[in-house]
Design a protein around this ligand. Structure first.
Ligand code: PLP
Length: 418
């Protein structure tokens, strides 16, 4: 579901013609639909209404301040994984009591910053991290709340790079490591273990792996209860999938119906950390075709964005639908590789894609690029990052201007000795 639709053969974002945006702000650019964003958040809220969870939007999916602010205004908390994301969260005045901090490599600096900011809790991923938090809490004379991130060892049936609950995974604590920490919790006298956290992977299209994970965690909660250890929170992470191609992914309602009974049984306050589900289909990447190149084996559409703007196809072999901004009434279908200008053979946006014959100078939209698009972009090949534009109804605004060549070198210095 999204609000990018054709009207009289032109692609619109809500009530704005996308070609008007690109003519004004240039190409490539990310265009986001406010309504799509907020409706996805509301869908989750409504589906889980019965248990009223805290929904912490996962900032890594799309960390633009305007996107985060829109969600925070709608009632979201934030899931962060770095000092930089904490800075963003505080910059838009997120209530620190709605911020949760995950990640396997939190530095002392980041932990100190978060303790001083008074976040809700850290999701602790190792004993060593627990020790660091304890030491820093003593130093700062604070008591710090944490949840333990458990690796429940379930298979979420998604791309191997975005599975996070395999036995060999770097994330979280095994049940036995968590048990040891909990039974020896008096060692960490400045730390309150308030609950448990899981995040089993991303782009998960079915409830089954969550059910398996929550069932395992529920057993553990019972075991700990009988050892006199009680929790307040269960955070089930993010990971809900979206439709990129023709995946039969569950809706928020189907997911909620499947998982709520288990969650209710725990008697704990529930936290969700969705990223992709909320922002994935709310964004497109618009690109101009620079050249059409036909070789013996392939037809290439060489566009002005590439893996530095949207790395998902190169990194995960991810599929994104690619459509023209203007539909032509009569055009024959052709097979293309849609590739970027980056000097890597892995720089492609789509392979062997059948689409209407396209000429140089025309524009295409790479759909469902709102999550892990701009936030994973880079300056590789010294390419300035694309502009980002947010549309709401018939209004739109640049939420990040295109970078300039000066931006590329702004912080660089040539030392005297060369
Ligand atoms: N929570 C944690 C701890 C994560 O690592 C991630 C993504 O990597 C998310 C939430 C968000 O995942 P998704 O965008 O798939 O919902």
């Amino acid at each position: 579901m999204h609000y990018f639709n054709y009207k009289t053969n032109n692609l619109y974002c809500e009530e704005v013609r996308v070609s008007d945006i690109v003519e004004k702000f240039g190409s490539p650019c990310y265009v986001y639909s406010y309504r799509t964003l907020i409706e996805h958040f509301r869908k989750l809220q409504a589906a889980f209404k019965e248990i009223n969870p805290l929904i912490c939007y996962s900032v890594k999916a799309n960390s633009n301040l305007a996107i985060c602010k829109a969600l925070v205004n709608a009632g979201a908390g934030l899931d962060i994984v770095s000092g930089g994301e904490l800075y963003r969260a505080l910059k838009i005045r997120t209530n620190p009591k709605k911020i949760v901090f995950a990640g396997v490599g939190k530095t002392d600096e980041e932990i100190t910053y978060a303790i001083k900011s008074g976040i809700l809790f850290f999701n602790v991923e190792s004993e060593a991290e627990m020790e660091s938090i304890q030491e820093l809490a003593i130093k700062l004379r604070r008591t710090v709340n944490v949840c333990l991130r458990i690796n429940p060892e379930v298979d979420p049936h998604t791309h191997r790079y975005i599975k996070t609950a395999q036995k060999e995974s770097k994330f979280g604590l095994s049940f036995s490591a968590a048990r040891l920490l909990l039974l020896n919790r008096e060692r960490f006298f400045n730390v309150n273990i308030k609950g448990l956290h899981i995040h089993i992977g991303s782009q998960i299209t079915e409830a089954r792996p969550y059910i398996q994970a929550v069932a395992k965690v529920s057993e553990f909660i019972k075991e700990m209860k009988s050892a006199g250890i009680k929790f307040e929170y269960l955070n089930i992470g993010g990971g809900m999938g979206i439709i990129y191609k023709k995946e039969t992914t569950q809706t928020a309602n189907v997911f909620a119906r499947a998982i709520i009974p288990l969650l209710k049984n725990t008697g704990l306050k529930i936290i969700l950390e969705p990223g992709r589900f909320i922002v994935g289909s709310a964004g497109i990447l618009v690109s101009r075709v620079t050249y059409v190149k036909e070789t013996e084996l392939k037809n290439f559409l060489i566009v002005d964005s590439g893996m530095s703007d949207l790395i998902r196809p190169s990194l995960y072999d991810a599929y994104h639908e690619i459509v023209p901004l203007r539909k032509k009434s009569k055009s024959r279908q052709k097979k293309y590789d849609i590739v970027g200008p980056i000097c890597e053979s892995g720089d492609f946006l789509a392979k062997d894609r059948i689409m209407p014959q396209t000429e140089a100078g025309e524009y295409v939209a790479i759909m469902c690029s709102g999550a892990y698009g701009f936030s994973m972009s880079s300056n590789y090949n010294s390419r300035p990052r694309a502009a980002e534009i947010l549309v709401k109804g018939n209004e739109y605004s640049v939420i990040k201007p295109r970078e300039s060549y000066l931006d590329l070198v702004r912080k660089e210095k040539i030392p005297r000795f060369i």
